[in-house]
Design a protein around this ligand. Structure first.
Ligand SMILES: Cc1cc2nc3c(=O)[nH]c(=O)nc-3n(C[C@H](O)[C@H](O)[C@H](O)COP(=O)(O)OP(=O)(O)OC[C@H]3O[C@@H](n4cnc5c(N)ncnc54)[C@H](O)[C@@H]3O)c2cc1C
Ligand code: SF4
Length: 338
């Protein structure tokens, strides 16, 4: 594993005070630049001397990247808004509670005070080998150390793996997909807006990144439309310890029930693949069905179709089946049928 040294490699620190300036710097330095938000993921890489950027573009001085604003059709969250601000924001708590619920389960209060929503959705995977500096596929090599009979792969993928079996561990990502959020980016070609689910990519698209940002791109904000405001939300995260720990799996859903039947649903799971997965087949299958244990059971089975366990993570298949089941049947029933 990596030797942790106490001196970071030298880099030039740039501290723009506007989005325009940050964008200009990122365009200028391209692959030599590293964007720093709260620094929780960034400093790990730098202190372990595994990533050695020439230039660090620190976003902390850009006021226009902070805060939660009501819009004509929902709400817009600046990329540098901290997770604690999201947990406490009254607009989000009142209408989009799913996101504060997810954010509140991230790590510890100290990490939530410093970690930002932009950093949380753009963070890298936590595979032991990759984080330790091993030259695996994701690091540009030609081997996966985790996908071997003796590899440490308890936390790894059960779906959509291709050479790399690492997973995305963001807790806020599935909540944003369930809320049908849009991610706003400044790119070389100007502003680009994508659906939350399209922000994330798997190794089939690019094995070195978990998101679509190219060098020079900046995530500026996340917009949540009012489509799912004040619907019935469900978020559940399972982790080894009940504090300060990444998810083994999590599930987020928003559902509208009408006349006793599920009228519409959005549901996403993270920790199962290199990208958070929107479960479109489940959404389609439960439409028109009652929100109860039987529908949950059916949805859970559907969700794990095609799952392939590694040597040490077979537990994730029943875990994902049960999380989806509980998200569909709802918390009220969960209290007396689990
Ligand atoms: C001990 C520990 C436990 C944790 N537990 C959890 C957990 O349980 N659940 C969870 O979801 N997360 C967890 N995290 C992650 C943490 O919550 C932060 O969200 C995450 O580390 C990154 O947030 P940050 O603001 O510090 O970003 P940084 O570390 O500064 O950046 C993270 C990455 O995103 C890029 N980036 C950041 N902002 C932008 C932007 N605006 N545009 C383009 N690229 C950007 C950076 O270049 C970097 O590659 C944990 C972290 C630690 C250290
Ligand atoms: S799972 Fe991915 S990140 Fe981990 S060792 Fe294999 S290729 Fe590298």
């Amino acid at each position: 594993m990596a030797v942790i040294r106490d001196v970071m490699p030298a880099f030039e620190l740039l501290q723009p005070s506007s989005i325009a300036d940050a964008h200009k710097l990122l365009q200028q330095y391209g692959v030599d630049a590293w964007i720093m938000a709260g620094g929780l993921d960034s400093f790990d890489w730098l202190k372990d001397r595994i990533k050695k950027p020439k230039v660090l573009v620190d976003l902390s001085g850009i006021e226009e990247l902070r805060g939660v604003r009501a819009t004509s059709d929902g709400v817009e969250i600046g990329a540098m808004t901290t997770l604690t601000e999201i947990v406490n924001n009254p607009i989000l708590r009142q209408s989009y509670e799913l996101l504060p619920q997810a954010a509140e389960l991230v790590a510890s209060p100290q990490i939530r005070n410093q970690g930002t929503i932009g950093g949380n959705v753009s963070q890298d995977c936590r595979c032991w080998y990759y984080r330790g500096g091993w030259p695996c596929y994701r690091a540009g090599g030609n081997i996966c150390y985790a996908d071997t009979p003796e590899g440490r792969n308890r936390e790894h993928a059960i779906l959509h793996a291709q050479r790399c079996v690492a997973v995305n561990v963001s807790d806020t990502a599935p909540a944003l997909i369930a809320l049908d959020a849009k991610f706003v980016m400044q790119t070389r070609g100007g502003e680009r807006v994508v659906d939350a689910e399209d922000y994330f990519i798997g190794p089939d698209v690019d094995i070195t990144r978990l998101h679509i940002l190219q060098p020079g791109d900046l995530l500026t904000s996340i917009r949540i439309p009012s489509t799912w405001a004040k619907t019935q939300f469900y978020f559940e995260k399972v982790r080894d310890r009940n504090v300060w720990d990444f998810p083994l799996l999590n599930v987020a859903s928003a559902v509208v029930v009408s006349g006793g039947a599920i009228e519409r649903l959005r549901i996403a799971v993270n920790g199962a693949a290199a990208r958070p997965l929107r479960l479109k087949a489940v959404e389609d299958a439960v439409r028109g069905k009652p929100r109860n244990a039987a529908t949950g059971e059916m949805a859970g089975k559907l969700a794990v179709q095609g799952a392939v366990p590694l040597q040490f993570n077979a537990y994730k298949i029943p875990l994902m089946r049960n999380l989806v089941k509980r998200a569909i049947r709802g918390a009220q029933e969960a209290t007396w049928t689990s």
